[in-house]
Write a protein that binds this ligand. Structure first.
Ligand code: X6L
Ligand code: MG
Ligand code: MG
Length: 185
């Protein structure tokens, strides 16, 4: 939202970012910038960036982060924005669970639950993935989780999750609503 005349309520949503090919940190930053460049999405806060062991087939380590956004888009339109940015950044979908330049997943949309073809919110696997939960927990100690679960009820190792290291400070350090991306070329 910018200027007057846009009265639609915004919803707090969380997006998960991942990259394990190319200049991973620059890729995540560009994803943030492209997401913020379109109407109806404001970046509110960013987690730190983590380097994470790959889950699934053998492939390079990932960088992962989570964004809090304020959006006036519907869940479906927000999903489409995420996929558009992935495509804009040249993501090629090869093998399932394979390496990717950029991945943008819709984790939560307010407290809404959505079960539609191609769109499940909260993301049905998010509570199983430490590379999502660790950065998400920085932004929200009790985020909406699938099946009404809560973070405290998940079995997390007492000595901290394995295979997850802090890699970089947050991609944005600004106050809420002040993030303005560089002009997108
Ligand atoms: C058994 C078999 C248990 C497969 C889990 C988990 C598959 C997660 C895919 C799984 C399984 C995924 C990332 C990743 C992927 C990422 C890190 C996926 C999709 N994405 N590893 N692996 N970060 N660290 O963003 O999430 S592939
Ligand atoms: Mg993913
Ligand atoms: Mg994805």
């Amino acid at each position: 939202m910018s200027g007057h005349g846009e009265g639609r309520l915004s919803v707090k949503a969380y997006l998960a970012l991942g990259s394990n090919l190319g200049d991973r940190l620059a890729t995540l930053q560009r994803a943030v910038d492209l997401l913020a460049a379109g109407d109806g999405v404001e970046i509110v806060r960013c987690s730190r960036v983590y380097q994470t062991d790959p889950v699934g087939p053998p492939q390079p380590d990932y960088l992962n982060a989570v964004l809090e956004i304020a959006t006036t888009l519907s869940p479906r339109a927000l999903l489409e924005r995420c996929l558009f940015v992935e495509n804009e950044m040249g993501r090629v979908r090869a093998e399932r669970w394979g390496p990717r330049t950029v991945d943008i997943d819709l984790l939560t949309y307010g407290r809404e639950r959505v079960e539609e073809p191609g769109l499940s919110v909260p993301h049905p696997r998010m509570h199983e993935r430490a590379f999502v939960l660790v950065p998400l927990a920085e932004l929200d100690p009790d985020p909406p989780l699938p099946g009404g679960r809560h973070l405290g009820s998940l079995a997390l190792p007492a000595d901290g999750p394995a295979g997850i290291r802090i890699f970089a400070p947050p991609l944005c350090l600004l106050e809420p609503r002040l993030y303005s991306p560089p002009t997108v070329r």
